[in-house]
Design a protein around this ligand. Structure first.
Ligand code: FAD
Length: 283
């Protein structure tokens, strides 16, 4: 199927873009890499009157040092993230997740901001950003605000983005040398959306125990979700501590698991325990 008729615009200033997106007379949608929006339009799941292509907005591009951490512009493509030394050094969890996102052709065009704004429950980045305590920078005609990733993803394709607002950047704090990271996902084929996945980070102490855990699951519920009960169960334990791991798996019952085309909610709960165990084994 082909998309219904729409107008295409490519503003060169933020003010122009935000005016178009904030105009209540028109139903305007931002266009980033188009890897999700264009198929959704072709399937008539999205019917914007105006596409506002963000491709010419310099403010939304680039990976920069920000107080020892990173500021990643929303229009940064997955392929650019994968090629970035700054990302591999300062955001190793992002680098770990990237090869699992779709296929090379999609990573050449898909953007981190598009993934964050879409909030697909099976996408890797929303969980990665929660495990990294990232903040999402949002911009609209009335100004800029930042929202912690843990408060940004509200439900299936539902976020804290308000009408006329854009994801401008992803902000990541500095990473201590003792911080360790884990990632695991199960997919039918490499590059397919995950059936279940998890991201984790924690600080290693000299005695081998880990503290300050962040664990976020994806593709098991309506949106990427922190497993705070599992984090508490693992606090002060070694990632391989069988008793703590069993308690962490038990605590996963706090998640509101939901079925998708791949598996029932019950199977998702089981898979969440499997991916968590495997991610922790690698930390
Ligand atoms: P677009 O498609 O351009 O936009 C997506 C949505 O976000 C639209 O509603 C758009 O209006 C909005 N939007 C875009 N940018 C902004 C912004 N800055 N501010 C506010 N709103 C904005 N993704 C995964 O995470 N994991 C996978 O395994 C995976 N597999 C895929 C397999 C296939 C075959 C395909 C086609 C896609 C797959 N994707 C996967 C999705 C892909 O990663 C998309 O590129 C991504 O989800 C959206 O990014 P985009 O830049 O293409 O956004």
């Amino acid at each position: 199927m082909k998309a219904p008729d729409f107008r295409y615009t490519r503003p060169v200033t933020m003010a122009e873009a935000l005016a178009l997106l904030g105009d209540e007379e028109n139903e305007a949608s931002p266009l980033a890499g188009g890897q999700s929006l264009v198929p959704m339009m072709n399937f008539r799941m999205a019917q914007p009157e105006i596409l506002v292509d963000l491709g010419a907005l310099k403010e939304l591009r680039g990976i920069e040092n920000a107080d020892g951490g990173l500021r990643i512009g929303a229009m940064t493509r997955y392929a650019e993230l994968a090629a970035s030394k700054l990302v591999s050094e300062r955001a190793p969890l992002v680098a770990m997740a990237l090869p699992h996102i779709a296929h090379a052709a999609i990573r050449n065009r898909g953007t981190i901001g598009g993934s964050v704004a879409l909030a697909d429950p099976a996408a890797e980045m929303p969980a990665v950003l929660q495990a990294l305590d990232a903040r999402i920078e949002l911009v609209s005609a009335s100004g800029t605000r930042t929202v912690p990733a843990s408060e940004f993803f509200l439900g299936m394709y539902e976020t804290a983005l308000e009408e006329g607002e854009l994801v401008a950047a992803i902000l990541l704090g500095p990473v201590a040398a003792e911080r360790r990271f884990g990632f695991h996902e199960l997919a039918r084929r490499h590059g397919d959306y995950a059936m279940a996945g998890v991201t984790a980070s924690a600080t290693a102490r000299p005695d081998g125990t880990f503290v300050d855990w962040r664990i976020a699951h994806f593709s098991v519920a309506d949106c990427a979700v922190r497993a705070t009960g599992a984090e508490a169960a693992l606090e002060g334990a070694k990632p391989t501590d069988a008793e703590a791991l069993e308690a962490a798996k038990e605590a996963l019952s706090e998640i509101d698991f939901s079925a998708d085309l791949n598996a029932s909610a019950k199977t998702k709960r089981h898979l969440a325990g499997v991916v968590m165990t495997r991610a922790l084994e690698g930390m």
